[in-house]
Ligand binder design. Sequence first.
Ligand SMILES: N[C@@H](CCC(=O)N[C@@H](CS)C(=O)NCC(=O)O)C(=O)O
Length: 224
Amino acid sequence: MKTYYMDPRSGSCRRVSTVIGTLDIEVEEIFVDLLQGGNRTSEFLKVNPNAMVPVLKDGETVLWEASAIMIYLCEQHGPTELWPEGEPRYDVMKWMFWAGEHFRISAPIYFEENVIAPLMGKQPDSTRLAEAERRIDRFAPILEAELETRDFICGPAPTLADLDLAAVVSQMPRSRVPYDKFPNMVKWVTRLEDKIPAWKHTGAELDRKMTESLNAARAQTAAE
Ligand SMILES: N[C@@H](CCC(=O)N[C@@H](CS)C(=O)NCC(=O)O)C(=O)O
């Protein structure tokens, strides 16, 4: 049985959970509570020295990095549109690498500055936010233009590349990432939810659990 270390409030885990749900893969889920330091225990650090989720353990194979885990799960499962074979796979890989190298860099900064910093009683760091916005203004128009010509980034069906790219809106609207100025992206995010039920489901679960956790943290801060 595969062991899946995760926190359902994480956008990175959402990518993996969507593949697990879509391909109906059996896993034993281990909740790593990021808000309570569950990723910093000596036990977890042996699994992932980066102190991050998601992680997948399958026998001797231990994988961190959501993209690597998603590919592993698809390959174990057998043919799926999410991870096409042959020439089309290179295009999926291109967008997956682009997502990690460029497109997903900004969203966590917005989350840290607009959600976590105020929770800690700090002002958002405007220099970091300005740099995050500069990156969005450079890279998001590229995706926006590509989505003008097709429903999903690599063609008519969603692939792992769409999950890697769309993860950036997982903490919306609380993170206040300014993606709503890109209309093709807004429509694509909705299309992806309609086409992949597990994406919609994991998004709703993330949102509900994150809202609960943030409300609890704010109530505790107010009481102190
Ligand atoms: N590049 C990694 C990023 C994983 C990641 O950022 N995980 C976050 C949750 S979304 C985490 O575990 N953060 C804990 C920390 O940084 O302390 C992946 O794609 O899996």
